[in-house]
Write a protein that binds this ligand. Sequence first.
Ligand code: SAH
Length: 209
Amino acid sequence: MEKILQLLPQLSQQQVEQLEALKDLYTRMNEKVNVISRKDIDNIYDHHVLHSLFINNIISFTNGTDILDLGTGGGFPGIPMAIIYPDVRFLLVDGRGKKIMVVQEIIEELGLKNVTAKHIRAEEIKNRKFDYVVCRAVASIDKLISWSRPLLKNKQNNAIPNGIFAWKGGNVKKELELIPRHEYTETYPLKEYSNYEYYQEKYILYIQG
Ligand code: SAH
């Protein structure tokens, strides 16, 4: 938590309490449905919450921005982001209903009003568009691009053009090779924000919509 408070010194008391509640909530939920590996629950802040919140070093979203968390699993990065951006609207989707049940319960327990969770695959979303798609550990970048592109709004409301933020680990070079040359991309190495071993080979990739 300490690192998170350093990263976000402006959080309200309520936001800090919501973040602090995550460990117990996820420990309880994880007994029913495994959304975070058991071993990793103790690292929930260092590996999952902080990881999700590094986005704050890259962009600050305007109020009313619409964000899709594609393949949210147990709610990452969507839940921590929804806590720190109460004026941004989030839709968290996953193709597996069990995970969405967990996310739904977490949303209710935290009292978050800016988030909806839905059991649906990204390819099946109709009639809704977003400023950004965020996704962590879901699929290869070429798939993410093809699923996300039809879901991005044309109208721009933020300093960075609408697009995709993909949290990636491991061989990012290989991922970049899958992106057609004409795409505009940025690579943000997370080791610039943290000296934890865990982040030394992790990145957030941005692909313009
Ligand atoms: N983002 C979470 C979960 C990663 S596991 C985290 O970082 O912890 C990947 C999840 O993506 C799985 O729950 C899987 O069901 C979901 N998924 C994969 N492809 C999907 C698609 N096309 N639409 C919706 N969900 C998808």
